[in-house]
Design a protein around this ligand. Structure first.
Ligand SMILES: NC(=O)c1ccc[n+]([C@@H]2O[C@H](COP(=O)([O-])OP(=O)(O)OC[C@H]3O[C@@H](n4cnc5c(N)ncnc54)[C@H](O)[C@@H]3O)[C@@H](O)[C@H]2O)c1
Length: 377
């Protein structure tokens, strides 16, 4: 029997979910019973989803289309209220990352999941990686480092009303280099830490946030996370780099390039691509059919992530990297920090932060205790 599926937040990143839904619909595994968005959404040639009803209000969609599974792909600050409505309507949930804004919201949502007996999978698609699974089984010795260097032009911060913001219309919103684009890297590193030291949880972070442009959040984040075990996680990510580093989780001598599923285990000379990534929607449908098939990204698995994210966004505003340390990107569209790709690598190799390494634009880091990760009651 096919499952009745709906998507709330069909524009923006929702297109990637429409593509998955088109594929599952073509394969007879899902019946797409509704799309919802506040704005008009044009059919895409890859995902025309012909004849699927469109709604501008999610409560009407839930009442009229009666989906069994709902994907929520709206801005993060809208997730909790919509997710509670979906669960109350008796549907299972694929909730985009970051799932919620705070550990308090996590507790509220987890309680609703338990009360309704529904399923909540979170949109950390990199948790479906076979390369990650292999790294977790190997559980190598050594410190954990997270490195990433991307370029995002100024237009990236004009794509949505909440992009680059701390608040919109007086309401907190969630954005920042590590909180949003590199969220998968943080989540992967917490999962790896837990595999290496079962029960690992974040205890405190030392944080340095920077911005190269006129935004309220950071576009360059450095963080050293101390956990319940011996390992530390050092994170260095930027969106202001002329040189691209896709995103790496290093554990001692092992390296996982998480966006591409390339893995190099200790002693191996080269990266190997590890095929076999499992889609979150496919996994959710499988888990509904057979509960013994484990869910890849259950809400409970994201409690530590949300606790770290709350600590980052509650910290004072990021420090500006002065214009004398910047250069225009060769293609225009904003500024880059020359050599930032080498700096992010150096920080994760050494476990140091810029302020401890003589970086001229660095400011002292902030030590922040992490609220105890919310438990599923
Ligand atoms: N998993 C990933 O790799 C990945 C990548 C990008 C974005 N995301 C996540 O996807 C979500 C959406 O991101 P985005 O960049 O597309 O945001 P966006 O601001 O472009 O919003 C997506 C869509 O939701 C609609 N929307 C907003 N409020 C709504 C509501 N109350 N009801 C119905 N529709 C509503 C908007 O009109 C828009 O079309 C965020 O949680 C983001 O973090 C995940």
């Amino acid at each position: 029997m096919t499952t009745r599926v709906a998507l709330i937040g069909a524009g923006g990143h929702g297109l990637s979910h429409r593509r998955v839904l088109q594929r599952l619909s073509d394969a007879g595994q899902a019946e797409v019973v509704g799309l919802c968005d506040r704005q008009p959404v044009e059919p895409h040639p890859d995902a025309p989803l012909p004849g699927v009803p469109f709604f501008t209000d999610h409560t009407t969609l839930l009442a009229v289309a009666r989906p069994e599974v709902v994907i929520i792909c709206t801005p993060p600050h809208t997730h909790l209220a919509i997710a509670l409505d979906v669960l109350a309507a008796g549907a299972d949930l694929l909730l985009e990352k970051p799932p919620v804004m705070s550990p308090a919201e996590h507790t509220t949502l987890a309680a609703a999941v338990e009360r309704t007996g529904r399923i909540c999978q979170v949109g950390f698609q990199a948790l479906g990686s076979a390369a990650l699974a292999e790294l977790c089984v190997a559980a190598p010795a050594g410190e954990i480092g997270v490195t990433g260097a991307w370029w995002r032009p100024d237009t990236y911060y004009r794509r949505a009303p909440w992009a680059g913001k701390r608040t919109v219309d007086g309401r907190p919103v969630l954005d920042g280099a590590l909180v949003n684009p590199f969220a998968h890297a943080l989540m992967q590193s917490l999962v790896v830490a837990d595999a290496c030291e079962p029960g690992f949880g974040p205890v405190s972070i030392e944080l340095e946030r920077y911005r190269t442009r006129d935004i309220e959040t950071d576009d360059t984040t450095f963080l050293r996370l101390t956990g319940t075990g011996e390992r530390r996680i050092t994170v260095a990510v930027t969106l202001a780099s002329p040189v691209f580093i896709a995103g790496e989780i290093r554990v001692g001598d092992a390296v996982l390039e998480y966006p591409t599923d390339r893995l190099r285990l200790p002693g191996e000379p080269e990266f190997q691509h590890v095929p076999g990534r499992i889609g979150l929607m496919e996994n959710l449908l499988e888990h509904r059919r057979d509960p013994s098939a484990p869910l890849l990204a259950p809400l409970a698995r994201t409690a530590g992530f949300t606790a770290v994210v709350e600590a980052i966004v509650a910290a004072p505003p990021p420090a500006e990297i002065g214009s004398r340390w910047l250069e225009p990107h060769p293609d225009g569209g904003g500024s880059i920090v020359p050599g930032i790709d080498r700096l992010v690598r150096e920080m994760t190799d050494t476990g140091r932060l810029p302020s401890e390494s003589g970086v001229p634009w660095a400011r002292p880091g902030l030590r922040i205790p992490i609220a105890a990760p919310a438990k599923v009651h």
